[in-house]
Design a protein around this ligand. Sequence first.
Ligand code: NAD
Ligand code: DAU
Length: 353
Amino acid sequence: SIVEKTILVTGGAGFIGNHVVRRLVNKYPDYKVVNLDALTYAGNLENVKDVADAANYSFVKADITDLEAIRSVFAVYNPDVVIHLAAESHVDRSIEDPLVFVKTNLMGTATMLQVAKESWSESNYDGKLFYHVSTDEVYGSLGEQGFFVEETPYDPRSPYSASKAGSDHLARAWNHTFGLPVIVSNCSNNYGPYQFPEKLLPLFINNIKHVKPLPVYGKGINVRDWLYVEDHARAIDDIMHKGKVGETYNIGGHNEYRNIDLIMLLCKLMDKKLGRPEGTSEGLITYVTDRAGHDMRYAIDATKLKEDLGWEPSLQFEEGLSKTIDWYLDNEEWLESVTSGAYQNYYEKMYGE
Ligand code: NAD
Ligand code: DAU
């Protein structure tokens, strides 16, 4: 686009956020990209180091639950578009400590929506967009058959997914009641560089590297639908530019794996890359107590996104997985910098080491 716009990305120092920020900064020199992040345990400025000096980038440390702080960010930067990613994102943490999920995901989203409404309503929302980024977990859990479509009724089952479902409802309520231009997208499991090592893939890659046990929850038969994080960032870019206000878009890679099959593939690839005898990593697999309320299967039908906006995933999974493993193996320093004391305490509590 040739129009100069200011894009406020919340959660831009997190896993998906850094890929969104990087893409926008590099692809749209005429846009001003403002990264707003509270830098919780999950947010790290290391993740956006490569764009930190770009002329069209700025960072502001603020908490989305702090109404006055968000008001002053809007007063200073006057954004045209909000891409709202900031959230508490880890299901296991939401079981340990649910209240912070309610606070950040519900109060934080309501605060962002309310301040956007306050600042934009005078201009009748002309040229404005509030883009709320959400998850397929709001739809609940599937059996062996079927897919989540945009019309699938909400059925969240963990404190994380319930708080995300609530935040989606808030976004749609601000659209319906106040006319705030809102788009929502719901995406499947992302994987790729810069994911915090509490999530399955970076945790297991790191443990394999250090020959530590691989804690597989339950029987390992739960199914997730994996999408390379840069494909999600591209979908967000497409939806922001071509999506219809008031609509919802499902994003996914049609790429379902049972956890255990994914883990076996990971073990095989890593043995090869690390020059270890075949079967070494597999030997680290340890079945542990299942996650409470563990959703069995997620699978996204992204037909609408393909038909309306022409988006399709770009990477074959084995290629994406191989790239991802290489990135973590090559970025030991990144891992050390994000695994702070706070992370250590969490890790000890969860995994007892
Ligand atoms: P993440 O945990 O890696 O990053 C979250 C970011 O939000 C961090 O930078 C953190 O510092 C920031 N943040 C947290 N609380 C904040 C607060 N109160 N104020 C300001 N910033 C705060 O999460 P992610 O995996 O990058 O997910 C980003 C968004 O995408 C979330 O809304 C999540 O629900 C959604 N999502 C994630 C996935 C996935 O597979 N990771 C899939 C679909 C949707
Ligand atoms: O579906 C989208 C969601 O994907 C996002 O909304 C969440 O923010 C994101 O964290 C992710 O949620 P999951 O719970 O699916 O991801 P996680 O990496 O935690 O777990 C993936 C699967 O692996 C899940 O079935 C649980 C299992 N698992 C996870 C961990 C961390 C294990 O078996 N062992 C583990 O140690």
